[in-house]
Design a protein around this ligand. Structure first.
Ligand SMILES: Nc1nc2c(c(=O)[nH]1)N[C@H]1C(S)=C(S)[C@@H](COP(=O)(O)O)O[C@H]1N2
Ligand SMILES: [Mo]
Length: 322
Protein backbone atom coordinates (compact mmCIF):
# COMPACT_ATOMS: atom_id res chain seq x y z
CA UNK A 1 0.00 0.00 0.00
CA UNK A 2 2.92 2.23 -0.43
CA UNK A 3 2.27 4.89 -2.94
CA UNK A 4 3.97 7.60 -1.09
CA UNK A 5 6.44 9.14 -3.43
CA UNK A 6 5.27 11.76 -5.87
CA UNK A 7 6.71 9.55 -8.60
CA UNK A 8 4.37 6.73 -7.66
CA UNK A 9 1.17 8.71 -8.06
CA UNK A 10 -0.56 8.08 -11.36
CA UNK A 11 0.01 11.10 -13.61
CA UNK A 12 -3.70 11.12 -14.41
CA UNK A 13 -4.42 11.75 -10.75
CA UNK A 14 -2.48 14.87 -10.26
CA UNK A 15 -0.28 17.22 -12.26
CA UNK A 16 3.31 17.82 -11.20
CA UNK A 17 2.52 21.49 -10.67
CA UNK A 18 -0.40 20.72 -8.39
CA UNK A 19 1.66 18.23 -6.55
CA UNK A 20 4.50 20.69 -6.13
CA UNK A 21 2.13 23.28 -4.75
CA UNK A 22 0.37 20.87 -2.46
CA UNK A 23 3.70 19.54 -1.32
CA UNK A 24 4.69 23.01 -0.25
CA UNK A 25 1.48 23.23 1.73
CA UNK A 26 2.27 19.97 3.48
CA UNK A 27 5.70 21.17 4.32
CA UNK A 28 4.18 24.36 5.73
CA UNK A 29 1.72 22.22 7.66
CA UNK A 30 4.62 20.23 9.02
CA UNK A 31 3.67 17.13 7.07
CA UNK A 32 6.74 16.19 5.10
CA UNK A 33 6.45 13.49 2.49
CA UNK A 34 8.88 10.85 3.63
CA UNK A 35 10.63 8.86 0.95
CA UNK A 36 9.09 5.43 0.84
CA UNK A 37 10.94 2.18 0.67
CA UNK A 38 9.36 -0.85 -0.96
CA UNK A 39 7.88 -1.93 2.34
CA UNK A 40 7.45 -0.06 5.54
CA UNK A 41 8.00 3.46 4.31
CA UNK A 42 5.68 5.89 5.95
CA UNK A 43 4.52 9.43 6.06
CA UNK A 44 5.70 10.99 9.25
CA UNK A 45 3.07 12.93 11.06
CA UNK A 46 4.28 15.30 13.73
CA UNK A 47 3.74 13.99 17.24
CA UNK A 48 2.37 17.27 18.51
CA UNK A 49 -0.76 17.71 16.33
CA UNK A 50 -4.22 16.84 17.68
CA UNK A 51 -4.13 16.41 21.42
CA UNK A 52 -4.79 12.78 22.25
CA UNK A 53 -7.89 12.69 24.43
CA UNK A 54 -7.75 10.08 27.17
CA UNK A 55 -9.35 6.90 25.88
CA UNK A 56 -12.85 6.43 27.29
CA UNK A 57 -13.54 3.30 29.31
CA UNK A 58 -13.75 0.56 26.66
CA UNK A 59 -17.23 -0.79 26.20
CA UNK A 60 -17.36 -4.53 26.85
CA UNK A 61 -19.95 -6.60 25.04
CA UNK A 62 -21.99 -9.10 27.06
CA UNK A 63 -23.19 -12.45 25.81
CA UNK A 64 -20.93 -12.65 22.78
CA UNK A 65 -21.25 -16.19 21.50
CA UNK A 66 -18.66 -18.18 19.65
CA UNK A 67 -19.37 -17.87 15.92
CA UNK A 68 -18.65 -20.34 13.12
CA UNK A 69 -15.51 -20.45 10.91
CA UNK A 70 -13.15 -19.37 13.68
CA UNK A 71 -9.48 -20.22 13.36
CA UNK A 72 -7.91 -22.21 16.20
CA UNK A 73 -4.66 -20.26 15.86
CA UNK A 74 -3.45 -18.22 18.79
CA UNK A 75 -4.58 -14.60 18.41
CA UNK A 76 -2.06 -11.80 18.36
CA UNK A 77 -1.88 -9.75 21.53
CA UNK A 78 -4.29 -6.86 22.11
CA UNK A 79 -1.25 -4.63 22.03
CA UNK A 80 -0.07 -5.84 18.61
CA UNK A 81 -3.56 -5.56 17.15
CA UNK A 82 -4.11 -2.04 18.45
CA UNK A 83 -0.69 -0.47 17.92
CA UNK A 84 0.36 -1.87 14.51
CA UNK A 85 -2.32 -0.52 12.20
CA UNK A 86 -3.01 0.61 8.70
CA UNK A 87 -5.43 3.53 8.79
CA UNK A 88 -3.93 6.01 6.37
CA UNK A 89 -6.37 8.75 7.30
CA UNK A 90 -4.37 8.97 10.53
CA UNK A 91 -0.94 8.70 8.92
CA UNK A 92 0.69 5.95 6.93
CA UNK A 93 3.09 4.54 9.46
CA UNK A 94 1.91 1.75 11.71
CA UNK A 95 2.04 3.66 15.01
CA UNK A 96 0.17 6.83 14.04
CA UNK A 97 -3.41 5.47 14.01
CA UNK A 98 -3.21 4.41 17.67
CA UNK A 99 -2.34 7.97 18.59
CA UNK A 100 -4.31 10.16 16.21
CA UNK A 101 -7.48 8.10 15.90
CA UNK A 102 -8.30 8.89 19.53
CA UNK A 103 -9.57 12.28 18.32
CA UNK A 104 -12.24 10.66 16.11
CA UNK A 105 -15.74 10.90 17.60
CA UNK A 106 -17.68 7.66 17.16
CA UNK A 107 -20.96 8.86 18.74
CA UNK A 108 -23.35 9.96 17.40
CA UNK A 109 -22.69 7.84 14.30
CA UNK A 110 -25.00 6.88 11.49
CA UNK A 111 -24.61 4.67 8.44
CA UNK A 112 -26.44 5.50 5.19
CA UNK A 113 -27.57 2.55 3.12
CA UNK A 114 -28.51 3.75 -0.35
CA UNK A 115 -28.43 3.15 -4.09
CA UNK A 116 -30.14 0.17 -5.73
CA UNK A 117 -32.35 -0.80 -2.79
CA UNK A 118 -36.09 -0.90 -2.10
CA UNK A 119 -35.82 0.80 1.29
CA UNK A 120 -32.91 3.23 1.67
CA UNK A 121 -32.19 3.88 5.35
CA UNK A 122 -30.00 5.83 7.71
CA UNK A 123 -29.27 3.64 10.71
CA UNK A 124 -27.88 4.69 14.05
CA UNK A 125 -24.87 2.67 15.18
CA UNK A 126 -26.58 1.70 18.45
CA UNK A 127 -29.48 0.21 16.46
CA UNK A 128 -27.00 -1.57 14.18
CA UNK A 129 -25.43 -3.17 17.27
CA UNK A 130 -28.84 -4.70 18.07
CA UNK A 131 -29.55 -6.09 14.58
CA UNK A 132 -28.12 -9.53 15.21
CA UNK A 133 -26.52 -11.52 18.05
CA UNK A 134 -22.85 -10.61 18.38
CA UNK A 135 -20.34 -13.38 17.69
CA UNK A 136 -16.67 -13.83 18.33
CA UNK A 137 -14.75 -15.01 15.28
CA UNK A 138 -11.02 -15.51 15.28
CA UNK A 139 -9.90 -14.69 11.74
CA UNK A 140 -6.54 -14.36 10.05
CA UNK A 141 -5.89 -10.92 8.56
CA UNK A 142 -3.38 -10.94 5.71
CA UNK A 143 -2.15 -7.53 4.66
CA UNK A 144 -1.09 -7.01 1.04
CA UNK A 145 2.29 -5.92 2.49
CA UNK A 146 3.02 -9.60 3.36
CA UNK A 147 2.40 -9.54 7.10
CA UNK A 148 -0.46 -11.16 8.95
CA UNK A 149 -2.18 -11.24 12.31
CA UNK A 150 -4.84 -13.33 14.00
CA UNK A 151 -7.64 -11.21 15.43
CA UNK A 152 -10.54 -12.22 17.71
CA UNK A 153 -13.24 -10.04 16.14
CA UNK A 154 -16.65 -9.30 17.57
CA UNK A 155 -19.30 -8.80 14.93
CA UNK A 156 -22.19 -10.31 13.04
CA UNK A 157 -22.69 -11.37 9.42
CA UNK A 158 -22.69 -8.25 7.24
CA UNK A 159 -25.64 -9.76 5.35
CA UNK A 160 -27.88 -8.96 8.36
CA UNK A 161 -27.13 -5.25 7.87
CA UNK A 162 -27.41 -5.31 4.07
CA UNK A 163 -30.79 -7.06 4.21
CA UNK A 164 -32.26 -4.13 6.16
CA UNK A 165 -32.67 -2.15 2.94
CA UNK A 166 -33.89 -4.95 0.66
CA UNK A 167 -31.45 -4.70 -2.30
CA UNK A 168 -32.95 -4.53 -5.81
CA UNK A 169 -32.32 -7.41 -8.20
CA UNK A 170 -30.15 -5.07 -10.26
CA UNK A 171 -27.70 -4.49 -7.38
CA UNK A 172 -24.52 -6.43 -8.14
CA UNK A 173 -21.90 -4.62 -6.06
CA UNK A 174 -21.64 -2.79 -2.76
CA UNK A 175 -19.45 0.21 -2.06
CA UNK A 176 -18.21 1.02 1.45
CA UNK A 177 -17.32 4.60 2.27
CA UNK A 178 -15.18 5.39 5.29
CA UNK A 179 -15.58 8.44 7.50
CA UNK A 180 -13.69 11.52 6.33
CA UNK A 181 -12.92 14.39 8.68
CA UNK A 182 -9.89 16.48 7.73
CA UNK A 183 -9.92 18.16 11.17
CA UNK A 184 -9.11 14.93 12.99
CA UNK A 185 -7.39 13.04 10.16
CA UNK A 186 -3.94 14.43 9.43
CA UNK A 187 -3.27 11.73 6.82
CA UNK A 188 -5.90 13.02 4.40
CA UNK A 189 -3.86 16.14 3.76
CA UNK A 190 -1.57 13.90 1.71
CA UNK A 191 -2.50 12.93 -1.82
CA UNK A 192 -1.85 9.24 -1.17
CA UNK A 193 -5.43 8.33 -1.97
CA UNK A 194 -8.47 10.09 -3.35
CA UNK A 195 -10.33 10.44 -0.05
CA UNK A 196 -12.68 9.27 1.35
CA UNK A 197 -11.40 5.71 1.51
CA UNK A 198 -13.79 3.69 -0.65
CA UNK A 199 -13.79 -0.06 -0.94
CA UNK A 200 -16.15 -2.48 -2.63
CA UNK A 201 -17.27 -6.06 -2.93
CA UNK A 202 -19.43 -8.03 -5.28
CA UNK A 203 -22.84 -8.40 -3.61
CA UNK A 204 -22.42 -12.18 -3.24
CA UNK A 205 -19.04 -11.63 -1.51
CA UNK A 206 -20.60 -9.06 0.80
CA UNK A 207 -23.50 -11.43 1.63
CA UNK A 208 -21.19 -14.42 2.22
CA UNK A 209 -21.50 -15.81 5.76
CA UNK A 210 -17.75 -15.27 6.37
CA UNK A 211 -18.03 -11.51 5.78
CA UNK A 212 -18.50 -9.66 9.05
CA UNK A 213 -19.81 -6.33 10.17
CA UNK A 214 -16.98 -5.87 12.69
CA UNK A 215 -17.85 -3.93 15.84
CA UNK A 216 -15.25 -5.11 18.33
CA UNK A 217 -12.24 -7.23 19.19
CA UNK A 218 -11.12 -9.07 22.31
CA UNK A 219 -14.68 -8.80 23.66
CA UNK A 220 -14.84 -5.02 23.62
CA UNK A 221 -15.87 -2.25 21.24
CA UNK A 222 -13.40 -1.60 18.42
CA UNK A 223 -10.60 0.74 19.37
CA UNK A 224 -10.77 3.74 17.03
CA UNK A 225 -7.56 2.76 15.26
CA UNK A 226 -9.14 -0.56 14.24
CA UNK A 227 -12.10 1.15 12.56
CA UNK A 228 -14.64 2.07 15.24
CA UNK A 229 -17.52 1.93 15.45
CA UNK A 230 -18.16 -0.30 12.41
CA UNK A 231 -15.81 -1.84 9.88
CA UNK A 232 -15.94 -4.53 7.26
CA UNK A 233 -14.03 -7.80 7.80
CA UNK A 234 -13.47 -9.96 4.69
CA UNK A 235 -10.93 -12.55 5.83
CA UNK A 236 -10.07 -14.13 2.46
CA UNK A 237 -8.99 -10.85 0.86
CA UNK A 238 -6.01 -8.59 1.48
CA UNK A 239 -6.62 -6.37 4.49
CA UNK A 240 -7.21 -3.20 2.48
CA UNK A 241 -10.52 -4.60 1.20
CA UNK A 242 -11.88 -4.32 4.76
CA UNK A 243 -12.78 -0.64 5.10
CA UNK A 244 -12.82 0.99 8.52
CA UNK A 245 -15.20 3.44 10.21
CA UNK A 246 -17.96 2.98 7.65
CA UNK A 247 -20.51 5.79 7.17
CA UNK A 248 -22.08 4.86 3.84
CA UNK A 249 -22.95 1.66 2.02
CA UNK A 250 -24.02 2.07 -1.57
CA UNK A 251 -25.53 -0.66 -3.77
CA UNK A 252 -24.65 -0.38 -7.47
CA UNK A 253 -24.78 -2.28 -10.74
CA UNK A 254 -21.21 -1.30 -11.69
CA UNK A 255 -17.94 -2.48 -10.26
CA UNK A 256 -16.93 0.24 -7.76
CA UNK A 257 -13.81 2.31 -8.38
CA UNK A 258 -12.07 1.80 -5.08
CA UNK A 259 -9.58 4.26 -3.63
CA UNK A 260 -6.63 1.88 -4.14
CA UNK A 261 -7.68 0.99 -7.69
CA UNK A 262 -7.79 4.69 -8.54
CA UNK A 263 -4.37 5.25 -6.97
CA UNK A 264 -2.70 2.30 -8.70
CA UNK A 265 -4.85 -0.08 -10.75
CA UNK A 266 -1.86 -2.23 -11.76
CA UNK A 267 -1.06 -3.05 -8.16
CA UNK A 268 -4.42 -3.11 -6.45
CA UNK A 269 -7.19 -4.95 -8.23
CA UNK A 270 -10.85 -5.09 -7.33
CA UNK A 271 -10.81 -8.71 -6.16
CA UNK A 272 -7.57 -8.79 -4.20
CA UNK A 273 -8.17 -12.31 -2.95
CA UNK A 274 -5.22 -13.58 -0.95
CA UNK A 275 -3.27 -15.74 -3.37
CA UNK A 276 0.30 -17.02 -2.89
CA UNK A 277 0.57 -17.68 -6.64
CA UNK A 278 -0.23 -14.18 -7.84
CA UNK A 279 2.50 -11.74 -6.89
CA UNK A 280 2.15 -8.07 -6.23
CA UNK A 281 3.92 -6.06 -8.92
CA UNK A 282 6.70 -5.18 -6.49
CA UNK A 283 6.97 -8.25 -4.26
CA UNK A 284 6.10 -11.91 -3.89
CA UNK A 285 2.94 -12.93 -2.06
CA UNK A 286 4.10 -16.53 -1.49
CA UNK A 287 5.01 -15.96 2.15
CA UNK A 288 4.09 -13.74 5.03
CA UNK A 289 5.39 -12.75 8.42
CA UNK A 290 3.02 -13.14 11.32
CA UNK A 291 3.39 -10.07 13.52
CA UNK A 292 5.34 -11.19 16.59
CA UNK A 293 7.26 -13.91 14.71
CA UNK A 294 10.49 -13.95 12.73
CA UNK A 295 10.13 -17.00 10.56
CA UNK A 296 8.10 -16.71 7.39
CA UNK A 297 4.89 -18.67 6.95
CA UNK A 298 3.47 -19.90 3.67
CA UNK A 299 0.58 -17.78 2.51
CA UNK A 300 -2.57 -19.82 1.93
CA UNK A 301 -4.92 -19.55 -1.03
CA UNK A 302 -7.86 -17.35 0.00
CA UNK A 303 -5.98 -16.89 3.28
CA UNK A 304 -6.97 -20.43 4.28
CA UNK A 305 -10.70 -19.95 3.62
CA UNK A 306 -10.76 -21.71 0.22
CA UNK A 307 -13.21 -24.33 1.40
CA UNK A 308 -15.77 -21.62 2.12
CA UNK A 309 -15.18 -19.16 -0.70
CA UNK A 310 -13.49 -20.80 -3.72
CA UNK A 311 -16.96 -21.41 -5.18
CA UNK A 312 -17.50 -17.65 -5.54
CA UNK A 313 -14.82 -17.62 -8.26
CA UNK A 314 -15.55 -20.77 -10.24
CA UNK A 315 -14.39 -20.38 -13.81
CA UNK A 316 -12.57 -17.11 -13.14
CA UNK A 317 -8.90 -16.66 -13.96
CA UNK A 318 -7.54 -15.54 -10.57
CA UNK A 319 -4.35 -14.13 -12.08
CA UNK A 320 -6.32 -11.88 -14.39
CA UNK A 321 -9.00 -11.01 -11.86
CA UNK A 322 -6.49 -10.03 -9.19
N1 LIG B 1 -10.59 3.62 6.01
C1 LIG B 1 -9.54 2.79 5.97
N2 LIG B 1 -9.74 1.46 6.06
C2 LIG B 1 -8.68 0.60 6.03
C3 LIG B 1 -7.36 1.09 5.84
C4 LIG B 1 -7.19 2.50 5.72
O1 LIG B 1 -6.07 3.01 5.56
N3 LIG B 1 -8.29 3.31 5.80
N4 LIG B 1 -6.30 0.21 5.78
C5 LIG B 1 -6.63 -1.18 5.38
C6 LIG B 1 -5.50 -2.10 5.50
S1 LIG B 1 -4.26 -1.94 4.36
C7 LIG B 1 -5.48 -3.12 6.43
S2 LIG B 1 -4.23 -4.28 6.43
C8 LIG B 1 -6.52 -3.19 7.49
C9 LIG B 1 -5.83 -3.15 8.84
O2 LIG B 1 -6.75 -3.34 9.90
P1 LIG B 1 -6.22 -3.29 11.40
O3 LIG B 1 -5.41 -2.05 11.58
O4 LIG B 1 -7.46 -3.30 12.24
O5 LIG B 1 -5.40 -4.53 11.61
O6 LIG B 1 -7.46 -2.13 7.43
C10 LIG B 1 -7.85 -1.73 6.12
N5 LIG B 1 -8.91 -0.73 6.19
MO1 LIG C 1 -3.16 -3.96 4.39
Amino acid sequence: MLILRAADIAPSEITPRELYQRRREFIKAGLGLAAATALGGGVLVPRSAPAATPAAEPRRFDGVRKGPFGSDEKPNSFKDITTYNNFYEFGSDKESPAEYAQAMKTRPWTVNLEGLVHKPKTLDIDDILRLAPLEERIYRLRCVEAWSMVIPWVGFPLSALLRQVDPLGTAKYVEFHSHLDPRTMPGVRLPVLDWPYVEGLRLDEAMHPLTLAGVGLYGQALPNQNGAPLRVVVPWKYGFKSGKSIVKIRFTDKMPQTAWMKANPEEYGFYSNVNPNVDHRRWSQAKERRIGEFRKRQTLLFNGYAEQVAGLYTGMDLARNY
